[in-house]
Design a protein around this ligand. Sequence first.
Ligand SMILES: [Zn+2]
Length: 157
Amino acid sequence: MLPHAIREDDNPFALLGLTPGLQRLLIFIRWTSYKCPHCGHVFRRNFWPSAIRLESGQRKCKECGMLFDDGSREWPELPFGRRLRLFLPPLAIGIWGGFLVAAVISLYVSPRDEHSWGVVFLVSAVGLIPVLAWSPVALMRVIYSIHRYNARGGAGV
Ligand SMILES: [Zn+2]
């Protein structure tokens, strides 16, 4: 059992949220740092905290050379919810949600007739393009991950 990487949320502009003026928007600049549990060396900064990474989980620190568990897992080890999130990244879902909301709003601003629902359907379908474009990329990552998992002979870390 390897020690887990240290995860730290950095929000350097948090206090600006209390001040008036446009600089308040800087509070949205935040990231998550992952550090080696042995020496504290930062090996990754993530601006998208829920990103799913398909790797063995075992990482060797570039700084001190010690092994640790960086929290990534191969596909066969991922729980269902995280598998789903790999194929439906929050950004794509956000874009689709935006299109859907715009389509529904259009129902209220335009006179209602039988064409309106067709527009909602069409706009929703267009909003799904980022998800569809992403799927083959996600699928390739899954295939590579399963290969790596099988090559090392099943459960690790
Ligand atoms: Zn280290």
